[in-house]
Design a protein around this ligand. Structure first.
Ligand SMILES: [Cu+2]
Length: 576
C-alpha cells in the first residue's frame, strides 16, 4: 500500500460539508504575504439508496454519493484562497482478489481520491501533492480511510464553473457513473459584472447513472461489478479470467461487469433527477433503447425580457452533447470556467440529417449550428427571452460519432411567461488575466502530436477485451510519457481516431488549459480555452498550452471514463 496519510474517521456517513471562512496562513515562505482565506470542506463518500422510475414502476437503486447527495454539494472558492477538502471514504470494502495487477483492468472499485477538474492548482493525483518523482503512486483512499487536500487558488485564477470527481485509476468510471461528482465554483470578477450579477443563476448538471441488477440483493440496481472483465455490449456476456487456469471463462451467473458504455440500465439525470432511461437493444447492441421520463424534465422559468445565467456541466461518463435551444440565442461567454471577454451568440438548430449531429465542432458562432459540450465540458451562457412560450434545451441525436448511438434527449424546458421584466445583456466581460494575452507564435518551443488508438478485440489487454491507447501506449503508473518545462509554451495537436470502429474522444489535460486554435478546418475565435476538448473521429485539433505555474507529476487522458480506466491515459511531468 501507498503511504497515505490516514486519519480515523471522525464523521458519520452523510455528514454535510460546512464551508467556513477562516483566516489562515498560506504556508508561503514570504511571511509578509497577507493571510489567505481558507475554505474548509468535508466530502464523505458513501452509499445512497434512492427510488428511480423503472419501466413498470419505481425501482430501488444504490448509488455512490458525496455527503448523501447526487450531485455532491457545490464547493465554492475564490481567486487567492486556499481550498481545503477532507475526503472521507465510507464505502464498503471491495473484493479485488480476482484482479492480478494489470492497472488497466478495473479494480479496487471502492477506493477513491479527488480531482478538482479545471482548477489551475498544484498537481494532486500523486502522493505527495506536487511531487516530481516519476515513480510516485496515485493517491488511493480505501474504505475507512480519509485524506486531506489543500489546493492553492492563484490570485489570477479565472472565475468560473469547474467540477470535482474521483480519479483513482481503475475505479474512476465506476464511481463517477454511480453518482460521484459535484460542482466547484470559483467566484470573481465575472460575477461582479452588473448585468451578470443581476441575472439569476441556473445550474444544470447533466450526468449518467449506469446500473446492473445486484448479485447479492433482490430487486436492487447497483454498479458493483463482481469481476474485473468487461461486460460486453454485444450480448451482455460476462467473461472473467479463471484464477486457477488463467483461461477466459464465461460467467453467466454474474450480472454486473465493467463496461465501455452499455449498461443493463442507464439513467441520464439533470441535477441528479433522472430525465431519460436507456436499456440494451438485443437487435442492435450499439443503439440502446431510450425513453424520456417527461415528468422529471426540469424547467427554467423566465419572464419576457428577463436575463438568466445558465451554468451547465456535461458530467456524463461518455456522452457528447451537441446542445440546441431553438427560438432563442445562446449568449455564450465562458467555456470550461474561462471567459473570453464578450458574448458570442449561438443560433442553434437541430440537425435534420438521418444520423443527427455529424461531429462538426466549433466555438465560432458564425459556423456553429450546435454548441458542443464533450464529456467534462462546461458552458456558461445568458438567455434572454423575447416571446412567451416553452422551449426545449436538447441534446441532439447522433449516430456514428461515438461507440453508442445517442438518442435525442430533452435536458430542460425554458418556460417564458408572465409580466415583462426588461433586463440588459452585458457589452463586455473581463478577460482571464492568467491566460491573456493569449500565447504568441514566438513563445512556442515545441510541437507534440497525440493520436488516439484502440483495438478490438484486444491485443495487449485481453482481460478487458479492448485496448485503448494514446500514441500506441496504454497507461503505466511508473512511466512518464511526456516531460515539459514550467514557464514554456507548446503546440499540442490531437489526431482523432482514424481506423476501424472510429469514435470521438475528449482530451483532458490536468491543471493547465489548452488554447484551441483550429478544429478540423475551422479556425477558432480568440480565447477558446478548454481543459477538455472534444475530438470527433477523423478530426485534427491544434491547441497551444503554457505550463504557467505549478510543477509536478500529473496526467492527460481521454475523458470517456471507461477508456481512461482501461489505458487511454499518460503521465506528464511538469519540471522546473
Ligand atoms: Cu476515449
Amino acid at each position: 500500500m501507498q503511504t497515505n496519510r490516514r486519519d480515523l474517521l471522525k464523521f458519520a456517513a452523510g455528514s454535510f460539508a460546512i464551508p467556513s471562512v477562516l483566516s489562515g496562513c498560506s504556508g508561503d515562505s514570504d511571511t509578509s504575504a497577507p493571510a489567505r482565506t481558507v475554505r474548509k470542506n468535508t466530502l464523505t463518500v458513501g452509499w445512497l439508496d434512492k427510488e428511480f422510475p423503472g419501466e413498470t414502476g419505481p425501482i430501488k437503486v444504490r448509488l455512490r454519493a458525496y455527503n448523501g447527495q447526487v450531485p455532491g454539494p457545490m464547493l465554492e472558492t475564490a481567486a487567492g484562497e486556499i481550498l481545503e477538502v477532507t475526503l472521507e471514504n465510507n464505502l464498503t470494502p471491495y473484493d479485488s482478489s480476482e484482479w492480478r495487477g494489470n492497472f488497466n483492468v478495473p479494480h479496487d472499485l471502492n477506493t477513491t481520491n479527488l480531482h478538482t477538474h479545471g482548477l489551475d492548482t498544484i498537481p494532486h493525483l500523486f502522493e505527495p501533492l506536487g511531487t516530481r518523482d516519476p515513480a510516485a503512486m496515485m493517491i488511493a483512499v480505501a474504505p475507512g480511510e480519509s485524506y486531506h487536500y489543500s489546493f492553492p487558488i492563484p490570485e489570477d485564477h479565472p472565475a468560473g464553473l469547474l467540477w470535482y470527481h474521483p480519479h483513482a485509476h481503475g475505479s474512476t468510471a465506476v464511481q463517477v457513473v454511480s453518482g460521484l461528482a459535484g460542482l466547484l465554483v470559483v467566484r470573481g470578477d465575472v460575477d461582479e459584472v452588473p448585468e451578470i450579477k443581476a441575472a439569476r443563476e441556473e445550474f444544470l448538471v447533466v450526468s449518467d447513472l449506469g446500473l446492473f441488477p445486484s448479485d447479492d440483493e433482490p430487486d436492487l440496481w447497483i454498479y458493483e461489478p463482481k469481476q474485473n472483465a468487461i461486460w460486453a455490449t454485444f450480448g451482455a456476456k460476462v467473461v472473467t479470467k479463471d484464477p486457477t487456469t488463467g483461461m477466459d471463462t464465461e460467467r453467466p451467473d454474474l450480472k454486473g461487469g465493467f463496461t465501455t458504455g452499455g449498461y443493463a440500465l442507464r439513467f441520464y439525470a439533470v441535477n441528479g433527477t433522472p430525465v431519460f432511461r436507456e436499456t440494451p437493444n438485443a437487435d442492435n447492441p450499439t443503439a440502446p433503447t431510450g425513453e424520456a421520463i417527461a415528468a422529471n424534465i426540469p424547467t427554467i422559468a423566465m419572464r419576457p425580457g428577463e436575463v438568466v445565467r445558465v451554468r451547465m456541466l456535461n458530467g456524463c461518463s461518455d456522452l457528447a452533447i451537441p446542445l440546441v435551444l431553438e427560438s432563442m440565442p445562446i449568449h455564450l461567454f465562458a467555456l470550461d470556467g474561462t471567459s473570453f471577454g464578450e458574448l458570442r451568440s449561438f443560433v442553434t438548430k437541430e440537425p435534420t440529417a438521418d444520423k443527427g449531429w455529424d461531429g462538426t465542432t466549433t466555438y465560432d458562432p458564425k459556423d456553429a449550428t450546435v454548441l458542443v459540450l464533450g464529456p467534462a465540458n462546461r458552458a456558461e451562457f445568458l438567455l434572454k427571452a423575447d416571446k412567451e412560450g416553452t422551449f426545449e434545451l436538447v441534446q441532439a441525436a447522433h449516430d456514428g460519432v461515438q461507440f453508442l448511438v445517442a438518442e435525442r434527449k430533452v435536458l430542460a424546458k425554458v418556460v417564458v411567461a408572465g409580466e415583462p421584466l426588461e433586463m440588459a445583456l452585458p457589452a463586455t466581460l473581463p478577460l482571464p488575466d492568467r491566460y491573456h494575452p493569449y500565447i504568441t507564435d514566438s513563445e512556442l518551443v515545441k510541437t507534440r502530436e497525440f493520436t488516439f488508438g484502440s483495438s478490438f478485440p484486444a491485443v495487449a489487454n485481453k482481460e478487458v477485451g479492448v485496448d485503448f491507447t494514446i500514441n500506441g501506449k496504454a497507461y503505466d503508473h511508473h512511466v512518464v510519457n511526456t516531460t515539459v518545462k514550467r514557464g514554456t509554451a507548446e503546440t499540442w495537436t490531437f489526431i482523432g481516431h482514424m481506423h476501424g470502429g472510429a469514435e470521438g474522444h475528449p482530451f483532458h489535460l490536468h491543471e493547465n488549459p489548452l488554447e484551441v486554435i483550429t478544429i478540423g478546418d475551422l479556425v477558432q475565435p480568440p480565447g477558446v480555452i478548454l481543459d477538455t476538448i472534444w475530438i470527433s473521429p477523423n478530426t485534427t485539433v491544434e491547441t497551444r498550452v503554457k505550463f504557467v505555474e505549478f510543477v509536478g507529476k500529473t496526467i492527460y487522458h481521454c475523458h470517456i471514463l471507461p477508456h481512461e480506466d482501461t489505458g487511454m491515459m499518460h503521465n506528464l511531468l511538469i519540471d522546473e
